[in-house]
Design a protein around this ligand. Structure first.
Ligand SMILES: C[S@@+](CC[C@H](N)C(=O)[O-])C[C@H]1O[C@@H](n2cnc3c(N)ncnc32)[C@H](O)[C@@H]1O
Length: 417
């Protein structure tokens, strides 16, 4: 196994992430993330493209080795280490960025049917590429708004502590119903196990902590009930636009569940789309921006795109329920290949993660998709960062401060880029 053993014999993965530091501060002995120098006869999987070996993580008694820039996450580490020896016939892996757990399941049980589920097209594409890079063909990738139905003998799911709790709970409820009677759940976390144990117990009636690890842990149980103890996770928010009030459904896992984001609201208040305008809503979430623009301009020229299968499904439902279903909703991994352009207006509230990489993709896409006299309207809290990114792609960039947000207006895409 990779990493050093602590006094109790537990090991830690090489691929820890900064969010673990808070947990570590409270521990007396300093954990170590040593990189294994094993050269045993293990099966090796390359997690990153290119030849750079990156971190080496050796698991399951040196039978599996993962090479990759970021190593193996703590949630994947616990799941891979605790996959039962006895082969199930059908397995569902969920929330497995990079596809590590699915690869381990495939190597451990070559005859099992393995389905791996993603909510996000970008992650699904990344995992699919990893499977191809390693010549693994037997894993089915499901990119759907909800977990596939099953029945499965085993569900393995990683629930990072920094993830959304409501989404975690809903996925555990769906995992319950996807299992056959007496089917087994393995659920791992990279934070404290109290929340995970509590929710698994509520949903399944019982939850057992497997071993004790200093960082994160694994909870296991079986399906004994006919139905999961479910909560209703959907909410409807009302948004007034001109004479109309739109009823917009929100769901866990889709941006700003249960309310309209303040930045979204600020952007909505800053414009009215001209009648007949072709409008692109980049990263549409529940579709608030695109559907309000559809009220202003008419829905025929409105395109809403997101990488989240759940977001696109919710936006589609919201368009239908509000009589705006002529607006199109499309699922894309990275905003490639969009229908309906060129656009007169692009609307965006880009995500903050990945140090501006996605905001840069959003701005580059806007520059590519806008008509010559079109305008990008973008809201962001990190005003200097987004100003800098926008100036890479547009010649004319203006910003107005509204509350804590910058409302940007960018025109004249610089076609040299
Ligand atoms: C901050 S949210 C804004 C959602 C919505 N526009 C609103 O204002 O309520 C950003 C959205 O971008 C989506 N997203 C992130 N990366 C993406 C990508 N590479 N391609 C398309 N959408 C992406 C997320 O799924 C999320 O729905």
């Amino acid at each position: 196994m990779t990493g050093r053993h602590d006094r109790r014999g537990y090991t830690y993965p090489t691929g820890y992430r900064p969010n673990l530091i808070a947990t570590l501060r409270n521990s007396r002995s300093k954990p170590s993330y040593a990189v294994s120098n094993s050269t045993g006869g293990e099966r090796t999987f390359r997690l990153s493209p290119g030849d750079e070996p990156g971190r080496r993580t050796v698991l399951r008694d040196r039978t599996l080795c993962f090479l990759g820039r970021r190593g193996v996450s703590t949630t994947a580490f616990h799941l891979v280490e605790q996959l039962p020896k006895r082969a199930p016939e059908t397995v569902l892996v969920a929330r497995d960025p990079g596809g590590v757990v699915a690869l381990a399941a495939c190597a451990t049980w070559p005859d099992a049917k393995i389905v791996t589920h993603y909510l996000d097209a970008f992650e699904a594409r990344g995992a699919t590429r990893t499977f191809h890079r390693n010549d693994v063909t037997g894993i089915e990738v499901a990119l759907t708004p909800d977990l596939p139905g099953g029945p499965f003998d085993l569900v393995a799911i990683g629930l990072p502590a920094r993830g959304e709790a409501l989404l975690g709970r809903e996925l555990l409820e769906q995992a319950h119903d996807a299992l056959r009677p007496d089917g087994r759940l393995l659920a791992s976390t990279d934070g404290g196990t109290t929340w995970l144990r509590k929710v698994v117990k509520e949903v399944f009636g019982r939850a057992d902590l497997q071993g004790r690890a200093k960082i994160g842990g694994l909870v296991t149980t079986r399906r004994t009930r006919s139905d999961a103890r479910r909560r209703d996770h959907d909410h409807v928010v009302e948004v007034t636009r001109g004479e109309r009030t739109l009823a917009l459904k929100t769901r866990p896992g889709v941006f700003s569940p249960g309310r309209l984001d303040i930045g979204t609201r600020a952007l909505l208040e800053s414009f009215t789309a001209p009648p007949g305008a072709r409008v692109l809503d980049l990263g549409c979430g529940i579709g608030a921006l695109g559907l309000c623009a559809a009220v202003d301009a008419g829905p025929d020229g409105v395109v809403m795109v997101d990488s989240s299968a759940r977001a696109v499904a919710v936006a589609e439902e919201n368009a239908l329920v509000n009589g705006l279903d002529a607006a199109r909703c499309v699922l894309r991994a990275d905003l490639e290949d969009l229908p309906g352009g060129p656009f007169d207006v692009v609307l965006a509230n880009p995500p903050y993660f990945s140090h501006g990489r996605i905001a840069d993709v959003f701005c580059a896409t806007s520059a590519r998709e806008l008509a010559g006299d079109g305008v990008l309207r973008l809201v962001a809290k990190a005003v200097p960062l987004h100003g800098e990114i926008l100036e890479r792609h547009f010649r004319d960039v203006r910003v107005t401060k509204v509350r804590d947000y910058g409302i940007f207006e960018a025109r004249s895409p610089d076609r040299r880029h």
